[in-house]
Design a protein around this ligand. Structure first.
Ligand code: HEC
Ligand code: HEC
Length: 206
């Protein structure tokens, strides 16, 4: 709890400093240069279209920074896309903390666009109920809100959602204790099918 408070305060102060324009000295031109590299996989506006890569537009500054640090510290794995030379671990290696803060600020101002994809309406319907019961407390407004600093789930590609849930299940990506408890509860009740159902629910929001 103490650590969490500390972390929250630390990230709060980063947001505050960013808002005041006091963090780092990464110029707008530098940010644009970095964004061009990200666009290779996340597209120019941060809304990826390849069906594997998540959209990063509209994410909260805190979640964005935490994600990037996750790759840095190996708290989460990185996926090597077909016909790409680099993965996210290679990408973050080249970035300073100031770069990451500036990118977080940049992408938090872009508009998130849900990925257009096929989904199973029956699974999505069942998933909506499960989401309400087990996930909405932290992934609010059906998983569309970025304000809860837990990412944006609604409108992400099915493959990315599945990849994420698999990594949590196998322990390749660290999962918060509270989320782990709810995921376990849901699986006890609805099995692996339940995970599939919530994924289709997120995919159905377009
Ligand atoms: C070569 C392709 C590629 C490039 C270039 C790339 N990314 Fe990624 N990014 C991915 C893929 C694939 C994932 C999801 C799978 C994973 O975790 O590795 C991802 C995940 C992320 C996430 C986590 C999203 C979440 O929902 O948790 C963030 C944040 C991110 N990228 C930011 C960036 C930024 C900023 C840049 C540019 C500096 C960048 N990426 C460049 C492919 C790329
Ligand atoms: C107690 C709060 C909490 C609950 C309940 C919770 N989550 Fe999360 N979730 C988080 C946080 C915080 C993150 C981001 C940081 C991390 O990886 O732990 C996250 C991340 C995720 C991600 C990865 C997002 C991304 O962009 O990579 C997925 C997928 C996810 N949660 C699914 C679920 C599902 C499905 C449920 C319900 C069964 C659930 N969560 C319940 C807090 C929660």
């Amino acid at each position: 709890m103490k650590n969490l408070t500390k972390y929250r305060l630390a990230s709060l102060s980063v947001s505050l400093l960013l808002a005041l324009g006091l963090v780092g000295n990464v110029s707008a031109a530098d940010v644009n240069k970095l964004v061009k590299e990200c666009a290779d996989c996340h597209e120019k506006d941060g809304n990826a279209t390849d069906g594997e890569t998540p959209s990063i537009a509209g994410m909260s500054v805190d979640y964005f920074i935490e994600s990037m640090n996750g790759y840095k510290t190996d708290a989460r794995p990185a996926l090597k896309l077909k016909d790409k030379k680099e993965d996210m671990k290679d990408v973050v290696k080249k970035l300073s903390d100031e770069d990451i803060n500036a990118l977080a600020e940049h992408y938090s101002k872009q508009k998130f666009k849900p990925f257009k994809q096929e989904f199973d309406a029956g699974l999505a319907k069942a998933g909506k109920k499960l989401h309400k019961k087990y996930c909405d407390k932290c992934h609010s407004e059906g998983g569309t809100s970025a304000e809860d600093d837990a990412g944006i789930l609604a409108g992400q590609p099915i493959n990315y959602l599945k990849y994420s849930m698999d990594n949590y299940a196998s322990g390749k990506r660290e999962m918060g204790k509270k989320m782990a408890k709810k995921v376990k509860k849901m699986q006890k009740k609805a099995g692996d099918e339940g995970v599939k159902q919530v994924i289709h629910y997120y995919a159905s929001q377009q």
